[in-house]
Write a protein that binds this ligand. Structure first.
Ligand SMILES: C[S@@+](CC[C@H](N)C(=O)[O-])C[C@H]1O[C@@H](n2cnc3c(N)ncnc32)[C@H](O)[C@@H]1O
Length: 250
């Protein structure tokens, strides 16, 4: 029944109306409901947050750790850093001299994160609903999360980050990008693959881009990417972009 409902709901025609009406959050409740996800102890933490351990994926994950560390390198020593959708804390644990904050939908993930990164302040909930102080964070980053932010909410997502960053604060977003015209047309609202050029337009005037490239092979891409890693059937963390940008103060 659930599958049938999704078949009729989650397609380019219906989704267009859902986006226009601002109801595109709806599909998420029936698919990737992260708030109900529990830790599976027979799997690694990386697998629990959704990534395999194929050699390619492990390499892709390592590259993202490097991007995050590099983006934080120039920040002040007493920096405040927020990880949106921190999961079990695999990236938060990379930091030593920083005040760390994380948000996530899954209480089970956050319980694990508390063990891994005890010094972090963790808040459970949808980032879009959580109120942080304005101009509070020196860096806000998010790895593999905006695919769960619906098109009608993505502009607000970037505006919220902008308002919570200090002047000159740094934003880093890793996301799966559009690999087909179907992605561009939002054929699947349970996992949205944004066009790199579209995200650049959204942040124009608010952020100056430091880096925007394929997070696995470094290519610069604006539109639909014709190169796809993996078998083409399942999602693969190698298919993604990294966007690093500095806040432009009003
Ligand atoms: C694929 S996992 C990635 C976890 C972590 N960023 C990592 O790379 O290890 C996506 C995470 O985003 C969280 N998430 C999705 N939508 C969110 C939202 N609106 N606010 C906060 N967290 C969210 C989920 O709970 C989940 O833990």
């Amino acid at each position: 029944m659930r599958k049938l409902l999704l078949f009729f709901m989650n397609n380019i025609v219906v989704n267009r109306f859902l986006i226009l009406a601002g109801k595109d959050n709806f599909i998420k409740k029936y698919t990737n409901n992260w708030s109900r996800v529990r830790i599976n102890k027979s799997k690694s933490l990386q697998e629990n947050v959704g990534f395999s351990h194929s050699a390619e994926v492990d390499q892709a994950v390592k590259k993202i750790h490097d991007y995050v560390t590099e983006a934080a390198a120039g920040l002040p020593p007493e920096k405040k850093i927020l990880d949106i959708g921190c999961g079990v804390g695999l990236y938060l644990r990379d930091f030593e001299n920083a005040r760390l904050y994380g948000t996530d939908l899954s209480e089970d993930f956050l319980a694990q994160c508390r063990q891994l990164v005890p010094q972090a302040t963790l808040v459970r909930g949808d980032y879009l609903d959580i109120k942080f102080e304005k101009k509070f964070f020196d860096m806000i980053y998010s790895i593999s999360v905006i695919e769960y932010i619906p098109p009608s909410g993505i502009r607000g997502f970037f505006e919220k980050i902008h308002s919570e960053l200090t002047d000159n604060g740094v934003m880093l977003i890793q996301y799966p990008h559009a690999l087909s015209v179907w992605d561009k047309l939002y054929s699947d609202l349970s996992y949205v693959s944004y066009l790199p050029g579209h995200l650049e337009k959204l942040i124009e005037g608010k952020f100056s881009i430091i880096k925007h490239e394929h997070s696995f092979d470094g290519r610069k891409i604006k539109g639909i990417d014709a190169k796809r890693y993996g078998d083409g059937e399942s999602r693969n963390f190698c298919n993604g972009m990294i966007l690093v940008a500095k806040k432009i103060s009003a």
